[in-house]
Design a protein around this ligand. Sequence first.
Ligand SMILES: Nc1ncnc2c1ncn2[C@@H]1O[C@H](COP(=O)(O)OP(=O)(O)OP(=O)(O)O)[C@@H](O)[C@H]1O
Length: 295
Amino acid sequence: MSIELKNVTFTYSQGTAYESHALKDINLVIPDGQFIGVIGHTGSGKSTLIQHFNALIQPTSGQVLYNGEDVWAENYDRRALRSEVGLVFQYPEHQLFENTVLADVCFGPMNQGLSKEQAEEEAKKALVHVGVKEENFTKSPFELSGGQKKRVAIAGVLAMNPKILILDEPTAGLDPQGRDDILDQIAALHEMRGITIILVSHSMEDIAKYVERLIVMNHGEMVFDDTPKNVFSHYKELEEMGLAAPQITYIMHALSENGLDVDPTATTVEEAKETILAALKKQKPSLLKKGGSEA
Ligand SMILES: Nc1ncnc2c1ncn2[C@@H]1O[C@H](COP(=O)(O)OP(=O)(O)OP(=O)(O)O)[C@@H](O)[C@H]1O
């Protein structure tokens, strides 16, 4: 289930005084099963980009191919595509509308033609996957906390069994615990169902923890498309774009520049701890507690 963008350009309000060049000559291929992050400062083109992935907007020029087929060809079934490429918008909880959680999540699969029983089965599976407790299935979505509402909204897309799940800032407005919970569940989904996940995020820490590939947008251009480690090694360029690498990157570079033999590309707390302890053990063992062997 690959998505390919070839020389994609998108301009809002073309030919008017309000013209805005949101995407400029984007080329990329998204193969099966990757966990991809998309990052960029506000207005850099992230939302416009992801709406091309499920044919919600048509490029001004260039092509969007799904499994090699041009999704904007005259007879292409874009409705079918949209049920394979699920998109969860920012603040998805604003899209909840049914009387009960279960009915809300059933809406998508029933629209796909499933019977009520089949739809309920898919909906329940999806709700369990995102960590909504059964006792909440019959409640009104509006009785739930912000984090629970987001989970219900994500389940609504998941219940349609998408091959590709795109999430635009799914954790915006949540506390750190709620954020970690939802992202852990999304990572587990990626493992269990093997689906492609595309995560738009403002948090470099989240990106470092979860994704294997990172796309960086700046003024409508794709400036990096690489592993997070490789992208973060360009932290000075990221700063020029109004972004920053994870804080750990700065600490590791400072330690390395000051003579500690650490891996400066460590991007998560675990990696950093490991490389710092190993370096201390080698270079300054007297600083470590006797018998301390975590490194
Ligand atoms: N409906 C629209 N009409 C005109 N211009 C738009 C429209 N939507 C977005 N733009 C402009 O297109 C550019 C890219 O916007 P986009 O929403 O894709 O960025 P973004 O990176 O997702 O931003 P954010 O992080 O704030 O969501 C911006 O300059 C924005 O002002």
